[in-house]
Design a protein around this ligand. Structure first.
Ligand SMILES: [Fe+2]
Ligand SMILES: [Fe+2]
Length: 282
């Protein structure tokens, strides 16, 4: 990717990726319909969801230009999220051959978010992004720790791990932008937590809706064994997620309170991303 020369260094790189999803097995996660469809459903939220994040940040970017460092990070945030949208969409196009039409779910998410974008003021749209960036930052740690081990297909595993690494790299950008624009006092805190609560409700609703639709299309809606497997997986992880989700309600919360740098370094080595980064920086 070509980047304008500047004396202000960007905090993290934008990596150009181009995964080939041609030989993906139908049940690429734990050889299970429910887990595969849960992650496919989650993936269908990304192309339109991350485009919405980009638009919400762009809508206020003009007001941040005086802070050159933050402006550069916003540019890199946009670059990373645009690449995530592109690669997850490519996965869905490839997955069409299993007949489950994941692209139709992308469109549903897109319609919901376009409605929200029209109704909400720019500040609230930015806050949906800020809140969901925290939600994502919590989820990706588990992905890097052990969830990726359930994904027997190397390409899809690498997609999720690359995406996870970059979510940790840019997790504070939208938050810092919000603080820069609106401060960190009680009048900034209140809308922050209200919009977060709404965003958690929205993403839980959408991701579960996508899971049920995909299970139904795959004629697995009454596969009790697979649902039981998913329930055990979800309970085990949401017990760990809940206090991390709740940390966002702290008045002095900041995304960088959590340091996952060792886990990220280990994950980069696992998928060979260090070498790719060094090559793109040279
Ligand atoms: Fe992303
Ligand atoms: Fe993100």
């Amino acid at each position: 990717m070509s980047v304008k020369k500047s004396t202000i260094p960007v905090s993290f790189p934008v990596r150009r990726m181009d995964y080939e999803f041609d030989n993906m097995p139908k049940y690429w996660c734990d050889n299970e319909p429910s887990l595969t469809h849960y992650f496919t459903g989650m993936s269908t939220l990304f192309p339109e969801g991350e485009s919405y994040f980009v638009r919400s940040v762009r809508a206020l970017r003009d007001q941040v230009k005086a802070n050159a460092s933050l402006d550069r990070d916003i540019g890199a945030f946009i670059g990373q999220e645009a690449m995530h949208s592109k690669e997850h969409h490519a996965f869905h196009v490839s997955a069409e051959r299993h007949g489950l039409d994941p692209q139709s779910l992308e469109r549903i998410t897109g319609n919901v978010l376009k409605l929200i974008e029209r109704v909400f003021p720019k500040k609230w749209n930015l806050l949906v992004t800020v809140g969901l960036e925290h939600y994502t930052a919590v989820l990706v740690c588990t992905m890097m720790e052990n969830t990726h081990e359930l994904m027997q297909d190397e390409t899809i595993r690498n997609l999720w791990l690359w995406h996870s690494i970059e979510e940790t790299e840019h997790k504070a950008v939208a938050y810092d932008m919000y603080q820069y624009l609106y401060g960190s006092g009680p009048m900034a805190y209140l809308p922050r937590v209200i919009l977060y609560t709404l965003s958690l409700f929205l993403i839980t609703l959408l991701s579960n809706y996508c899971l049920v639709v995909l299970m139904k299309r795959d004629k697995q809606l009454f596969n009790v064994k697979s649902w039981w497997r998913f329930t055990k997986f979800a309970v085990k992880h949401y017990v760990k997620f809940t206090p991390k989700f709740l940390s966002y309600y702290r008045f002095d919360f900041h995304p960088n309170d959590v340091d996952e740098s060792a886990l990220v370094a280990e994950t980069k080595a696992r998928i060979g991303l260090d070498a790719a980064t060094a090559a793109s920086a040279s």
